[in-house]
Design a binder for this molecule. Structure first.
Ligand SMILES: [Fe+2]
Length: 454
């Protein structure tokens, strides 16, 4: 009865629309109702005299150094960073030492800005520092960060799969939930495709806005994904893929990688962990020789590799056989503990995979857990053929991961955007013994994409 009344009123309204509206004739488009004006990206993300997009990274030793990069309008030609040990007293300014930053112009699709990078050196290990950046008049707030300890203290870090799109509306909640979970995280690790269009300044504006002061307080480690690259036409007419100009402009990463791939391919030693970033999009073979050296010289207890493409794909019948050919034998030989990836827009985590041909337990250091995750809202479906036994998978789920290291024990937790534990395992190392691997998967049903209503 109620539905019938609504239908009659709906029909009446349509008839009135045709009769009364001057553009209501069949075949003509009705004028769209005026809504509030949309904020123009060029205005929303305009660089100003005030520093913004402030981000901590490492170029050197995390126990004694820290780099910071930020952006201003081109009117700012003087750029400084000031630092002092954090104290309860608010009189930081008088005690701070000043470092002059390097400044370079950067042209985006929306504006031209100045990008500044400063490096703090000769810091003390395990100390909380306060710093600010500015031109001597227009200063950021004082941010605080802690240098790495010189001995293997317990710590944790956050791992994010593809952020990519919906950065303002939907990725931001994942970043913030993750920081509520692990507010003392030593760094955040981003496994590529930070934005969906590499050279869209508004997307970078969203990415930095989602992280805001957290990126200025907790260092970022990132590896570029396919969406962080651009295609460039060479004079001979061929096209090559190369990392976007935004990558070195936004981040100051270590320059310890292979020639021509620096700041995309690098490693960072944080206490008893070596994090190795590889670029899975281009020049895999060239990276293999470098990777072998970095793995063979590694004296840390734990080794984590991050690259964008999964070694074992999970979605849309994708397969990255070249990764298994070029890099996996090295992961096997040197017992890389975790390989953290993205790209497939689903979640998948293997067990402790032993090198092919080794016995069930393998040598003392052997075995790798492979993970692909997603933090942004772009979602794919799981492929039916994985090629490997995934112990835990998910569709339609935004996730973040907390990885905690306490001496010989590594604890891994994957949590959903609403802060619920979805997957967990523990690795333990005892000298001369096989790596111990145990799972603590919570009693939560496997998450799948909702079926479409017929
Ligand atoms: Fe990707």
């Amino acid at each position: 009865m109620h539905e019938n009344r609504m239908s009659r009123w709906g029909l009446f309204a349509i008839i009135c629309g045709f009769v009364l509206s001057p553009v209501g004739a069949i075949g003509q488009q009705a004028a769209k109702p005026e809504g509030p004006p949309r904020m123009a990206p060029a205005a929303l993300y305009q660089p100003t005299l005030m520093p913004d997009r402030i981000v901590l990274t490492w170029t050197g030793d995390p126990t004694t150094s820290q780099a910071v990069t930020w952006r201003t309008s081109t009117e700012v030609s003087l750029a400084y960073a000031e630092i002092t040990e954090a104290a309860a007293s608010p009189w930081l300014e008088g005690k701070a030492r000043r470092v002059t930053a390097t400044t370079r112009p950067f042209k985006s699709d929306l504006s031209t800005c100045h990008v500044h990078t400063a490096e703090f050196k000769d810091l003390k290990p395990g100390v909380l520092y306060a710093y600010r950046v500015g031109d001597g008049v227009n200063w950021s707030e004082w941010f605080q960060f802690r240098t790495a300890a010189s001995s293997p203290e317990p710590f944790c870090f956050l791992y994010f799969g593809d952020a990519q799109r919906g950065l303002h509306s939907l990725w931001s909640r994942v970043v913030r939930e993750a920081f509520r979970h692990a507010p003392r995280a030593a760094f955040t690790l981003h496994a590529g495709d930070l934005v969906t269009t590499a050279e869209d300044d508004a997307l970078w504006g969203e990415w930095f806005s989602a992280g805001s002061w957290l990126f200025a307080s907790v260092p970022v480690i990132a590896t570029p994904g396919n969406h962080d690259h651009v295609s460039v036409k060479k004079p001979d007419g061929t096209t090559v893929r190369q990392v976007s100009k935004y990558w070195p402009a936004n981040f100051a990463f270590p320059r310890n990688g292979p020639e021509g791939l620096q700041e995309c391919v690098y490693y960072v030693d944080y206490q008893n962990l070596r994090v190795i970033c590889l670029n899975s999009v281009v020049r895999l073979q060239e990276q293999a020789a470098w990777l072998e050296r970095v793995l063979s010289e590694n004296d840390r207890t734990w080794t984590v590799v991050t690259c964008h493409y999964p070694v074992f794909s999970l979605a849309r019948n994708r397969d990255n056989e070249d990764l298994r050919q070029e890099w996996k034998p090295l992961f096997d030989r040197y017992g890389v503990d975790l390989v953290l990836t993205g790209h497939d827009h689903v979640y998948g985590r293997t067990g402790l995979l032993m090198p092919e041909g080794s016995d069930a337990k393998g040598p003392a250091h052997a075995g790798t857990v492979y993970i692909s995750s997603v933090s942004g809202p772009k979602m794919y479906e799981l492929s039916k053929k994985h090629g490997v036994d995934f112990r835990r998978v998910a569709e339609d789920t935004q996730l973040y991961q907390v990885i905690s290291i306490d001496g010989p024990v590594l604890r891994y937790e994957a949590c959903t955007a609403n802060g619920k534990l979805y997957d967990a395992f523990t690795l333990k190392k005892t000298p001369g013994q096989p790596k111990e691997f145990s799972e603590q998967i919570p009693a939560v049903p496997e998450r799948r994409r909702p079926k479409k209503q017929s």
